[in-house]
Write a protein that binds this ligand. Structure first.
Ligand SMILES: Nc1ncnc2c1ncn2[C@@H]1O[C@H](COP(=O)(O)OP(=O)(O)OP(=O)(O)O)[C@@H](O)[C@H]1O
Ligand SMILES: Nc1ccn([C@@H]2O[C@H](COP(=O)(O)O)[C@@H](O)[C@H]2O)c(=O)n1
Length: 205
């Protein structure tokens, strides 16, 4: 079984993906980490973020087994990831690895921006997870502050809106719900309620 989960930044798709993978005994890939890892390498090596050839080379040589969520979670890395994610050659290299991951037995939950539309268009079930920008900024601010990282709500809100705009308007694989995706707006739901709804959708297959 393949479950595709898409949605804007900090919508809660990763939280749901991890829990669904555990519930249904599937592998999990946060595809955002693959874009973040490429961006982090560019930043670490002082390469300009608009150098598509270097970014594509980093994408092609990325080992998915080395992705570390904690190390890639910095807000600045998310912003840089969104800038390199507009590049078709970077996307081609990463999507190839993501599709390979999805084929490994017994199946997988993948979360990102283009899973239901491009990476796994034949997924058994597709979810598009959203929440209002204000709710998402509140959750992300609380999350960062909870980890002892300085974060101002207004800055986070502005960053999320800018990143969503870039992700939704790029030419290649823009963020959008697949026609056959189930929409899940979690603005008024806690994590448990959102998880129960997602399990109901998957279980009703
Ligand atoms: N329904 C919910 N109610 C309250 N908090 C939530 C809910 N869903 C997720 N969260 C919290 O919101 C934050 C963002 O969630 P998460 O990291 O899963 O989002 P994401 O869409 O995967 O983000 P990113 O785009 O950065 O990968 C986390 O701190 C998570 O614990
Ligand atoms: N399938 C995907 C996943 C991510 N991106 C880009 O990476 C950025 C960071 O992703 P997070 O999920 O970790 O926030 C995101 O803003 C996208 O630009 C993508 O294009 N496709």
């Amino acid at each position: 079984m393949i479950i595709a989960i898409d949605g804007p930044a900090a919508s809660g798709k990763g939280t749901l993906a991890r829990r669904l993978a555990e519930r249904f005994g599937l592998n999990h890939l946060d595809t955002g980490l693959t874009y973040r890892a490429v961006a982090a390498k560019m930043l670490a090596e002082g390469l300009p973020l608009d150098d598509e050839a270097q970014a594509a080379a980093a994408a092609a040589s990325l080992d998915f087994s080395t992705l570390e969520r904690e190390a890639l979670s910095l807000h600045e890395i998310g912003e840089a990831a969104s800038r390199i994610a507009v590049m078709p050659s970077v996307r081609r290299a990463l999507v190839e690895g993501q599709r390979r991951f999805a084929q490994v037995s017994p199946g997988a939950v993948l979360d990102g921006r283009d899973i239901g539309t491009v990476v796994c268009p034949k997924a058994d079930v597709k979810l598009f997870v959203t929440a209002s920008p204000q709710v998402r900024a509140r959750r992300r601010t609380d999350e960062l502050q909870g980890r002892g990282i300085a974060a101002a709500y207004d800055d986070i809100l502005a960053d999320l809106i800018r990143r969503d705009e870039r992700d939704s308007t790029r030419n290649d694989s823009p963020l959008r719900p697949a026609d056959d995706a189930h929409l899940l707006d979690t603005s008024e739901m806690d994590i448990e309620t959102a998880f129960r709804k997602a399990v109901d959708i998957v279980g009703s297959l």
